[in-house]
Design a protein around this ligand. Sequence first.
Ligand SMILES: NC(=O)CC[C@H](N)C(=O)O
Length: 359
Amino acid sequence: MEQTTQQAKLILEDGAVFEGYAFGAIKPVSGGVVFNTGMVGYPESLTDSSYRGQLLTMTYPLMGNYGVPNEERDEYGLMKYFESDRIQAEALIVSEWSENYSHWNGKKSLSDWLKEQNIPGLSGIDTRALTKRLRERGVMLGKIVYDDDNAVEFVDHDLRNLAAEISVKEPITYGNGSKRVTIVDCGVKNNIIRALLQRDITVIRCPWNYDFLKENPDGILISNGPGDPKTCGETIANVRRALKNHTPILGICLGSQILGLAAGADTYKLKYGHRSHNQPCVETGTKRCYITVQNHGYAVDADPLPEDWRQWFYNDNDKTNEGIIHISKPFFGAQFHPEASPGPDDTEFIFDMFLRAMS
Ligand SMILES: NC(=O)CC[C@H](N)C(=O)O
């Protein structure tokens, strides 16, 4: 492992200071500090739009050891090894990073990638102590600074409509499958698009506030995305209109929250969120427990849902809602990520359920 000698620090909203060393770009930044307990997957997580506006702490102590993959695109023009075209997190906080990466597809070091994308890294941090603090006090705003503690103010990016910033501006069509699905793009991960394309579906990726019903789709997928779901008012209104019909709707993560809000549920911010590859989710009824991939800070309060909806999954750690389902219409939302990337794909069957609902 190599460390630069430039000192840098993380200052939390509550005044706590964690001193370490800079790597990647040198740039003072601020945002919500979150932690992910996955052991691998930094290329996918950093490019997952749902991390936009966040300072991502990886609790696994060694990062960068397999480098950063190549930038190849698939036949649809989607990057094969990343979840979007650029790093979306504001910064990366680690204990150690490895300059000497080794992997068949490792093309550059983590630090070089961060530099190239103008994203700061902070190493030499006791990420265990930081995570314990966030777990005890709840997620907090933080900033990474160098010589001047006041180089940036604390900023809560979630107050903005981040989904609008990241969404496509015009509809884009992918593939030529027999069913047509509109993806409401609030920051969609490439692997969600791919999961549909692999199932003989034409994907129409629409802006977050697009009137997708005019496309007369066979199915509607509301994507994952950054920020507070309540900032996506126009999407919620469009989904509410779609609930009057019978066209299948699948919500994933932010999409499940938007589906919930459209159906009459509420959403709230969790104390410290779920970000890992091993979150246990129990299916209501079957009591079957799935190991799921997660990255969310908000959750659905399913209690206010009308009687024709029910809780589909709950988290076995903290018993919070992890999915909702309509009792007779083909409407369902998963708070976790059935497309995995990174992490296990045990819940990929949800895409098959969506496909069956369309036939
Ligand atoms: N992965 C996601 O879609 C995240 C949804 C939402 N921004 C949250 O943090 O809860």
